[in-house]
Design a protein around this ligand. Sequence first.
Ligand code: MN
Length: 290
Amino acid sequence: MTQYYIREFKNLKTDILSTKVKTRPFLKIRFEKQNVSIKRTFVISDIHGRLAELKELLKKVEFSKNDMLIVLGDTIDKGNEGFRSLIFLMKILPDQGFHVRILMGNHEDMWYHMASKGASDKDKLNRLRSNFSSLKGDMKSFSKEGRKLMEELMGNWSNSIEEWENLKQTERELILEGMRKQFGEPRILVLQFSSFYGVFSHTANFKKKWQNQTLSDLTWNEEIDEFDTEYLMSFSNYLKIPIEKIVVFIGHIGERFFGIHKNYICMDNNKVNNKSNSLKSYCIEEKKMY
Ligand SMILES: [Mn+2]
């Protein structure tokens, strides 16, 4: 389904997910040791514009400057405050001394490619609007399935376009610059904790080694089988540690997979258009879901 989706996207005459995305240089993976001064590491994903819920959650866990929040992408779209959520995570919290790391999701990728083309802010806004309306026009050439997915995306974006237009120019520039640099993060972040490794990405293809993951695998893959172990095994082999010492975290794949599985922990609990589930976060050191 996902592959199909991308193919139809690529056929569009717009800039969205152009071939540039595939060839755009990006840091696929980075291995790091978690900073020893960090007491608790919280993982969250698919915030999708739920800023009030995000703040509520941070209050509930008593998020402090000794903690770190890892966001696995898809902070924007669907809800009303996607860009406000990003500004909160990438600017407001860090400026106050909080530790936050933000990974790119497919929604950030798409937004960057829709909203970043143009010489000036005004030009960028005009192109975004015209891209959006030409997408609407292009939809009739789509198959039934493609159209259904596009309609869903258009629904996701209508809030975003309104919010985007209401931001200050400097805020739009801040966000685009952040996205351009992928918020300073790789597509796969591997953190060594005291007794195990955490592997973080928006999503991944569990049938492939990490060395073979494509940008599409790490951004769009929805087909996850918890019994596929290639991905996990490749870390085990590379790091020379047993498979039990590796914990894979992903978002993206849908709230039906939310929670702790045999080979991964899924932090995507969004269901914004239907009923809103409350945002949840997993604390690594406490092995606890909040
Ligand atoms: Mn996603």
